[in-house]
Design a protein around this ligand. Structure first.
Ligand SMILES: NC(=O)C1=CN([C@@H]2O[C@H](COP(=O)(O)OP(=O)(O)OC[C@H]3O[C@@H](n4cnc5c(N)ncnc54)[C@H](O)[C@@H]3O)[C@@H](O)[C@H]2O)[C@@H](O)CC1
Ligand SMILES: Nc1ncnc2c1ncn2[C@@H]1O[C@H](COP(=O)(O)OP(=O)(O)O)[C@@H](O)[C@H]1O
Ligand SMILES: [K+]
Length: 485
């Protein structure tokens, strides 16, 4: 499990650790790690031009001491002093090693730029002259190594207000900060390198966590010798309508590929014909009226993709939600529950899988605000609605009350195409039917779906059906030690 922390949590841990060590030890550890990453990126250090953007706090101190190390290895190192004050000891060390103070025009010719403007001590959008420097650094040809957090990214949330550094690499000290795992911050961070400064034992429970392949491997159910199709878990899928038939096909496909013992599909005539044609494996019930009485027993339901939002759909949703098994609510069914929140009052678990627009309707928030602060809104929805929330989009996050938010790191923006969400509903639903909790089904489902998306894309457009097809390969990659990219 990769864990991440808020700025306050990191500060608390640093405080405890610093009390036990000679002054300046942590900064020296940080600078050593930072200089090593810079040297790797430069290849040969001797003769290269490194420009440090130095702010007024300890983030600037880290940059100056790393600059000292690079200067000692023969780099030309210039420091742009941007703050109202400067870490004096760090600046003196750089000078002793042959570094110099330079003007901002040195950025243009830099082989490497080190962003030491602000780290976890930042508050709000960057002020001048930092803003302009960040814009110039982003426009320069040299790659940027961000110290701890790209300046302009809120370390605790990933929020970006105004200009922010676009780093090739972010060298983060002691532990991941939440904002490095969640977009838009994650997108600015580039590759994240963690420098161990000894914080580990002092860290509290994490703010967020990201599953690794090994975690998913442990959580994923497998059939045993005693298994049969019923015991493995039967998933009901209430999806599709005469207008939207594809959603039903894709949700059933995702579920079959993710290991459900059996999938029971229920819907009206048109999607029934399509599901039958694509998936002879599914057990199909054609609904003459909006009733699930004849569908048979299931261990979980997926409700909503392509279902429509009229009276028929509402009646189907009400019946599925009146059952005593976990229900994954997606797409049109999210519109139905946004209109009639009473549908969510049920004793069995609920997992909702909205994108930002759907969540906006559910919690009466603004879509852009949700995209800018995904964690905060997913947490709020979980608390307000009393359900597990999988918020889809550039970073998928899973929130449940009193648990760390799980952030998915496997996706690809090629997944931003119609129908991939229906596949995800099927995959996560199949995991629910196999007995995983909503929290685990959602986070493992997002992990496998993201990995399947990468496999299906390989740098080129994919279709939702391709993603479903790639799900077994994604499962094989986590269970059989296959490649995780
Ligand atoms: N305390 C330590 O010994 C360690 C600290 N570390 C480094 O120290 C950093 C934290 O240092 P600080 O607490 O000094 O804080 P920062 O250096 O992150 O930022 C604080 C300074 O930035 C200014 N500032 C804040 N918001 C601003 C904004 N929006 N626009 C412009 N200026 C702004 C403040 O006025 C203050 O001078 C970490 O991110 C990390 O890089 C690491 O070296 C690990 C060890
Ligand atoms: N920029 C992006 N980067 C990574 N994944 C994305 C991005 N945009 C969308 N996705 C993923 O693609 C899927 C789209 O689902 P959804 O919005 O429900 O579309 P649809 O309803 O067409 O299936 C989700 O899994 C979402 O997380
Ligand atoms: K920084």
């Amino acid at each position: 499990m990769r864990t991440a922390y808020t700025a306050d949590q990191i500060r608390g841990a640093e405080h405890e650790l610093m009390a036990r060590l000679p002054e300046g030890t942590l900064m020296q550890r940080a600078a050593t790690g930072l200089a090593a990453v810079c040297a790797d990126l430069l290849g040969r250090v001797y003769g290269k031009r490194v420009v440090l953007l130095v702010g007024s706090g300890d983030n600037g101190g880290d940059a100056l001491y790393a600059g000292e190390r690079l200067a000692r290895r023969g780099a030309w190192v210039g420091a742009v002093l941007a703050g109202s004050k400067t870490h004096e000891a760090g600046l003196a060390a750089l000078m002793r090693a042959g570094g110099r103070v330079v003007e901002r025009d040195a950025l243009e010719r830099a082989d490497l730029i080190v962003d030491g403007l602000v780290g976890i001590g930042a508050s709000g959008a960057l002020r001048e002259p930092y803003r302009a420097l960040v814009e110039e650094a982003n426009a320069a040809r040299g790659p940027i190594v961000a110290v701890d957090v790209p300046s302009g990214v809120d370390a605790g949330s990933g929020r970006v207000e105004g200009p922010a550094v676009r780093a090739r690499v972010t060298v983060t000290m002691g532990a991941y900060k939440t904002g490095l795992l969640v977009d838009p911050g994650a997108e600015h961070a580039g590759t994240v390198e963690l420098v161990d400064i000894g914080l580990g034992a002092h860290l509290p429970d994490p703010d967020v966590a990201a599953l690794t392949g090994a975690d998913v491997d442990v959580l994923l159910p497998r059939p045993g010798n005693e298994s049969d199709k019923y015991r493995r878990g039967v998933l009901g899928v209430a999806a599709g309508s005469d207008t939207f038939t594809g959603a039903a096909v894709l949700a059933v496909g995702g579920a079959l590929r993710a290991g459900a013992g059996m999938v029971r599909y229920a819907g009206p005539g048109a999607p029934v014909a399509q599901v039958r044609a694509h998936w002879p494996e599914a057990v199909v019930t054609e609904l003459e009226r909006p009733s699930i009485d004849d569908v048979g027993r299931v261990q979980a339901w997926v409700l909503g993709p392509g279902l429509g939002t009229g009276d028929w759909a509402h009646e189907v949703a009400a019946q599925v939600l009146a059952s005593s098994v976990p229900v994954l609510i997606d797409a049109d069914a999210l519109t139905l529950v946004a209109r009639d929140r009473g549908l969510l009052r049920r004793p069995a678990p609920v997992l909702i899988t909205p994108h930002a627009g759907e969540l906006a309707r559910l919690i009466r928030a603004d879509r852009d605000d949700i995209e800018a602060a995904r964690l905060e809104h997913a947490r709020r929805a979980a608390a307000e609605l009393g359900v597990t929330v999988l918020l889809k989009g550039s970073t998928t996050v899973v929130a449940e009350e009193s648990r760390p938010v799980r952030v998915n790191v496997t996706g690809t923006s090629w997944l931003a195409t119609g129908g991939t969400g229906d596949v995800l509903a099927g995959v996560a639903g199949a995991l629910l039917a196999q007995g995983l909790s909503c929290y685990d089904a959602a986070s493992c489902g997002a992990f496998l779906h993201g990995l399947a998306g990468r496999r299906a894309a390989e740098g080129a457009p994919l279709t939702a059906a391709d993603v479903a097809t790639a799900v077994p390969a994604a499962i094989r990659a986590v269970t059989g030690g296959g490649r995780l990219s």
